[in-house]
Design a protein around this ligand. Structure first.
Ligand SMILES: Cc1cc2nc3c(=O)[nH]c(=O)nc-3n(C[C@H](O)[C@H](O)[C@H](O)COP(=O)(O)O)c2cc1C
Length: 298
């Protein structure tokens, strides 16, 4: 199952890309409209992208009245990402979305590095959301923790149905000439290839700690990257930064992933999920396809 990562695809300007996904995840919506941070808000680095968008969005009222009906026309399952500045706001946002049958899942953005987030714990934020909706809730956690297990278990105990792992991690880029920060807010969220090993560690630990369904994301550029996240325990994967350079990535990566399975003689993703946790996992060898795999330039 391939989704987009929140904030990395505007489905209304690129509807065909959205339709190539198994589900579309919205940009995070907040209670009130937000302009976001001042420009410069995006910069490329050698190992990925730094962004400090700051949750620019139309606010929940306009989102529900203007944006959601147009998203529904895409005919793709919809996940709505919500972001609050306290537990009460998470509760209110979930209550507002709850009555919309066209929304399959609510993703709680508990981890935006570009705004001053809530002071309450993950458990309190998820619990507030849980009290306000019967929809499935996925808690999106930060990679900035020494203890993924505890955060994941706390989200599970508070009623999360799944986890989205991971959000961006704070980084800084300096202008080559002035040696001043490039982004207006100085630091931003680092995404792209540098994030993949961190995402793998998060998925690996949280899968073991909770057994919850996990959407794995962070630096996925190829089918092999997606396969690795599934082997670590992800039920689905989400594409973020890659969509800016390759809007056709969902279809390409789905094809590459199918080939990765066929190379290993594995009939479906379910049979390889969590393989990283099994010391004895040994895929059926297929020498001809193995040669092909080794010669395909990554
Ligand atoms: C420009 C940009 C905007 C983002 N906006 C959001 C957002 O609104 N909500 C959210 O939960 N994550 C947001 N993210 C984080 C992504 O959803 C994803 O967690 C992260 O980029 C890691 O995936 P990637 O390395 O494939 O990009 C944003 C990322 C980027 C690059």
């Amino acid at each position: 199952m391939i989704l987009n990562a929140s904030g990395c695809l505007d489905a209304l300007t690129a509807p065909d890309v959205a339709r190539s996904l198994d589900a579309f995840v919205t940009k995070t919506v907040t209670l009130l409209p937000r302009e976001g941070n001042a420009p410069v808000r995006i910069v490329e680095t050698e190992v990925g992208m730094l962004n400090s968008i700051g949750l620019a969005n139309p606010g929940i009222d306009r989102f529900l009245s203007d944006v959601l009906p147009r998203l529904e026309e895409l005919g793709v399952p919809l996940w709505v990402s919500v972001g609050g500045f306290c537990a009460g706001e998470f509760g209110e946002l979930c209550a507002r979305v709850d009555s919309h049958a066209e929304v399959s899942v609510i993703e709680l953005n508990l981890s935006c590095p570009n705004v001053d987030g809530p002071e309450e714990s993950v458990a309190e934020l998820v619990a507030a959301a849980r009290r306000s909706t019967r929809k499935a809730i996925f808690a999106k956690l930060s990679p900035v923790t020494l203890d993924f297990d505890s955060a994941a278990r706390a989200a599970q105990a508070a009623g999360a149905d799944g986890l989205s792992l991971v959000n961006t991690i704070r980084g800084l880029a300096l202008d080559a000439r002035t040696l001043r920060p490039v982004l207006s807010r100085e630091v931003g969220g680092l995404s792209g290839p540098a994030l993949k090993p961190i995402a793998l560690a998060a998925v690996h630990e949280c899968y073991r700690a909770t057994g919850l369904p996990i959407v794995g994301m962070g630096g996925i550029c190829t089918g092999h990257d997606a396969l690795e996240l599934v082997a670590a325990g992800a039920r689905a994967v989400a594409l973020g930064t890659i969509l800016f350079s390759d809007p056709a990535a969902p279809t390409r990566i789905a094809g590459e992933l199918a080939r990765e399975l066929s190379i290993r003689g594995v009939s479906c993703l379910d049979n390889i999920r969590g393989a990283a946790h099994e010391p004895t996992f040994s895929p059926k060898p297929n020498p001809q396809l193995e040669v092909e795999r080794l010669t395909v330039a990554r």
